[in-house]
Design a protein around this ligand. Structure first.
Ligand code: SAM
Length: 245
């Protein structure tokens, strides 16, 4: 295949991911709705509800792999417009869409956009009250490095939350989900962007990602306390939580 995704190295993996998101940035939000049947909105709402950001000024959140801003906007709204949210993404095209959406919503003054790698955060230690990452960590080549960076930039008492596709643990639903991922998603990708290969790669990356329990263990290894998770939609997505104590 053009992408040869089965045996890519770490640098190559990141290049692939970058190509996919440069190409889809403008259509990313539409694709999300089509591919998840709108479910991603509910999962993201649930994520920010669990975060329950402070409604006082001074609360600082970092949304990594923040893309077009979905999580950042929800955090600003949930804080009644008080939180300062930094949206970090490796992809300038995604951030541009996010910036435009933020302006349209009239919350540009609460948002900062930073083009950088989750594996090397350009922030000082102990800088943020919360670190969020939604459907992003799966794309990062060195997940343990990204988790250590998350731990480093959080303030003591800070919260880590990660929303990601996970292991479906429901008879029947797992079969339906598998059919949807392997057949429908690449087709929708091809219909909307003209190319199915990047979507085969993304589906493959979901299959390879550690399940709920193993990912919780990785969060603990990075130094976080009280690593737990909640499943959504039978485990199609899972939300992991941890604290820097
Ligand atoms: N969080 C957004 C959401 O939930 O809608 C966007 C998720 S999108 C599926 C994945 C994002 O991860 C893309 O915007 C991509 O550019 C970003 N990304 C991939 N590798 C990254 C890395 N190493 N560091 C930071 N961002 C990365």
């Amino acid at each position: 295949t053009a992408y040869g995704f089965r045996q890519v190295g770490e640098g190559e993996k990141q290049d692939l991911v970058n190509t996919v998101f440069h190409r889809v940035a403008e259509r990313y939000d539409t694709m999300n709705d089509l591919m998840s049947g709108g479910l991603h909105r509910l999962w993201k709402d649930a994520m920010v509800a669990w975060l329950a950001p402070s409604k006082r000024p001074g609360y600082r959140a970092l949304d990594v792999a923040g893309g077009t801003g979905d999580i950042a906007f929800r955090i600003v709204d949930a804080s009644r417009g008080h939180a300062d949210v930094t949206v970090l993404d490796i992809n300038g095209s995604m951030l541009e869409v996010g910036r435009a959406r933020g302006e349209k919503r009239g919350i540009a003054d609460r948002l900062t956009f930073v083009e950088a790698n989750a594996e090397e955060l350009p922030f000082e230690d102990n800088s943020f009250d919360a670190y969020t990452i939604a459907f992003g960590i799966r794309n990062v080549p060195r997940i343990d490095t990204a988790l250590s960076e998350a731990f480093r930039v959080l303030k003591p008492g800070g919260r880590f939350l990660c929303l990601e596709f996970s292991e479906v643990d429901m008879p029947l639903l797992d079969k339906v989900y598998e059919a949807w991922s392997f057949h429908a998603i690449p087709r929708i990708g091809k219909a909307v962007t003209g190319d199915d290969e990047p979507y085969r790669y993304l589906v493959e990356s979901i299959r390879k990602f550690p399940n709920q329990e193993n990912f919780a263990a990785m969060i603990t290894s990075a130094g976080f306390s009280r690593a737990t998770w909640r499943d959504y939609s039978g485990g199609i997505a899972a939300l992991h939580s941890g604290w820097k104590i």
